[in-house]
Design a protein around this ligand. Sequence first.
Ligand code: ASP
Ligand code: MG
Length: 686
Amino acid sequence: MVHVLKFGGSSVAGATQMSRVLDILETPMKQGKVVLVASAISGATDILLEGQPQKLEALKLRHLEIARRLFTGAERKQVQEGLEALFKELDAAPQEEKVTYGELLSTRILAWKLQADGIKAEWLDSRQLIIKGDKHKTYTNIQKAIQAKDAQVYVAPGFICGTPDGGVSTLGRGGSDYSAALYAAALQADSLQIWTDVPGIMTANPKQVPQARTIPVMSYAAALDMAEHGAKVLYAPTVKPAMEAGIDIEIRNTFAPEGKYTVIGAQPDPTQWIGVSSQGGTLRVTGSQPQAEGLKAAADALKEAGIAAVEMKQDGASLELQVREAVVNQALNALHRTFFEELPVQELNLFIAGNGAVAQALTQMIAQTADSVEKRTGKRLRIVGRSNSKSWGIDAAGHPQLAPQSGDYVDAVIARAPKGSLFIDATNSETLYKRYQELLEAGIGIVSSNRRSFAVPYPEFAAMHAAARENGVPLRYETTVGAALPVLESIALGANSCDEILSIEAVVSCTLNQILGDYRPGGESFAKLLLKAQKAGLTEKDPRLDLGGKDALRKLLILAREAGVKLEAEDVKVEPVVPESLMEGSLEAFYEGLDAYEPQFAEAARAADRQGFRRRFVASLEKISQGYQACIGLRNVPPVHPAYHLSGTENAIIIRSAFHPYPLVIQGPGEGAREAASSILNDILR
Ligand code: ASP
Ligand code: MG
């Protein structure tokens, strides 16, 4: 086995660092031969290029100090003499060769140290082996050199090389990585390890982007793309020889040898986006495959950060963006957030009951918003179960189909739903609530738009809540009053903060609001408008249920209970819109009776009109000296009343509490499948 390990300037900066390098060599040495390629000690190349005598003198002292600390006795003397000789050679060397002495010095020290430790080490002269521009020669030179001398460790200077005409040159700044790749490729090495001072190639330069993290595996292509566009951790020409020889490149951290690192190899990239780098004002998001949405995501990221891109383009699988240099760091961070800081995704499994308009609107809404919801909240919504009255289906992969089944849907949900799933009651069932407790006890939360479930006798209502609390799962039903209007939440907030509720007035019957709003004495009769509404599907099948205030009663019970008032249906005084006598018998008889009642209805409307009032169907709860009083019926409301201006399917809920002189008024669209679906979605995500 042959391992090639390259250590950069900061990894050999001093005696301590060099000792660390020798420690790291122990593992590969146990497995076979090692080629140790090293840079000059940090800063040396710059000093040699500058040629300033004082700095050169300091550089010499640094090397002598390393020798003093690594060696003792006679060996120390020998090494220091060897270094003095090299510095003399450096003095005499032609200007263009001086820069090569950094690597000559550092690698000589390492080779001497290995020998002093009793390891069979040979120093290789890269100037004679690596011939610039001649790959074939280079490879055969290296192979011959290794065959010629048997050793455990071969120590070779990085960066420096020879020229075809026998001269001396370099492979370019940062070129030691490339030297190591040439040694590795020539020897068909088992590994090429580039040891540096950061934990591998990261998603961004950590000095610019604190959130940057190590990329564990990446393709040669992605590594090359990043290296060519500003990622300094790897010298770009390194990739090609390794790739041609099929050798993985490991980028590892000398200062945390057991820590995270990067492996670059032939395998495809596991992710779409690899990393972001910059050169001047040019930013590059390296990608693994061309993706059309990339540019838009990048544009949005910059826009959100208030940065204007001068230019943006797709370049192969990657994105290139031009910004003003002053905002480069900001832009890098913004891009990094969008492409590399995905919130950890939490899967949310949904089991929907009911397949009516609300359930269908919800399904559609989830399909449309799942991606943006996931981006915003880190929650991935997945509909895993669905049902109607006759059939149901459950599919863990998220494509449940309705089909007749022998078993019961809720039983199946309880048996199969992972803890933390949500059961969505989008039915109008009178009995489904009886299963809520079992669901909650199985660790399944409930979101419901079915107000029948909460208008049940108070002890049952309280038991449901207790089960939710005890099992630490949600039980939410904001949709049951005013659809998407945040009604229950507002009441609960007030109740929780001991803001004692004095009264609640709810104008929540959409059917009646609409009809009363359209009604003009002398115009279309009340019966006609009601029939129209019935035909438009705005009423219950038997519209008398609306007139009887049953629906408003359910809503009032829910509102009151949310405020902490243990209201029961029997406690509510309901005055139907039309005389009790009409409320029984056939529907035909009802409409006939309603026609006969029209003059009285018109007169009441005229009377209200004369006083400047409007008639509204109001459900109210009011604190009286002993407890609360609840009633439902037609009321005349003055122009200052919030319900005066309601139209269409608008709802208004007016809450008065002890602490505030002004009421809290919640007003807006209170009905519709879409509104209900969006409210359910809010409850799901809360
Ligand atoms: N010592 C050279 C430089 O600083 C080569 C290297 O470190 O890779 O550019
Ligand atoms: Mg370097």
